[in-house]
Design a protein around this ligand. Structure first.
Ligand code: CMP
Length: 138
C-alpha cells in the first residue's frame, strides 16, 4: 500500500507562522488527515527519529534543529501518497525546489526546510508509529 505518508511541519515553519498555510496546501492537494498532533522532539527523541542518518555529517545539526521548537506531526492519506507528497513539498534543498512547492514557498535552508515527507512506504509506517498509537488514528 502506498496510500499513506508521514509528515512533520518543522520548527522553522512553525516559528515563522506557516502552520495554517502549509496545512491548507496539504488539504487542497487532496490529502486527508489520519492522525495529527502539535508536539516537540527532545534531542534524545530527535536522535532516535533520525537514527538512520547518524553517520551523516549533518546529523548533529539536524538533531539540534529538530528539537529547537514545536512541530506538527501527521499521518496523511491519499492515492500514491508518498510520491505525490514529495512532489507537493519539493526538493530537500529549498534552493532546488520547484516554484509553488511548500519548500520553495516556506523553507530557508536544507536543515530549516519547513516540512518532512517520508521517502518510502516502510519509512512512512516506522515514522507514523514513532508518533502515533492506534487510538490516535482515524
Ligand atoms: P528530511 O528528509 O526531513 O530528513 C533528513 C533531513 O536532513 C532532511 O530533511 C534535511 O532537512 C536534513 N539535511 C541536512 N543536510 C542534508 C543533506 N546534505 N542531505 C540530505 N538531508 C540533509
Amino acid at each position: 500500500t502506498t496510500n499513506r505518508t508521514f509528515t512533520m511541519i518543522k520548527p522553522d515553519a512553525v516559528a515563522n507562522g506557516h502552520i495554517g498555510a502549509i496545512l491548507d496546501q496539504i488539504s487542497k492537494a487532496g490529502f486527508k488527515f489520519v492522525a495529527f498532533k502539535y508536539t516537540a522532539l527532545t534531542p534524545e527523541k530527535a536522535g532516535e527519529f533520525y537514527a538512520v542518518h547518524s553517520e551523516r555529517p549533518f546529523y548533529k545539526d539536524l538533531v539540534s534543529f529538530m528539537s529547537s521548537g514545536p512541530i506538527v506531526a501527521a499521518i496523511l492519506e491519499k492515492d500514491n501518497a508518498i510520491e505525490d507528497f514529495r512532489k507537493l513539498i519539493g526538493a530537500t534543498d529549498p534552493a532546488k525546489a520547484d516554484a509553488g512547492t511548500i519548500r520553495n514557498l516556506f523553507a530557508k535552508s536544507i536543515d530549516a526546510n519547513a516540512v518532512h515527507g517520508s521517502d518510502s512506504d516502510e519509512n512512512a509506517q516506522i515514522e507514523g508509529n514513532f508518533f502515533f498509537s492506534a487510538f490516535e488514528r482515524f
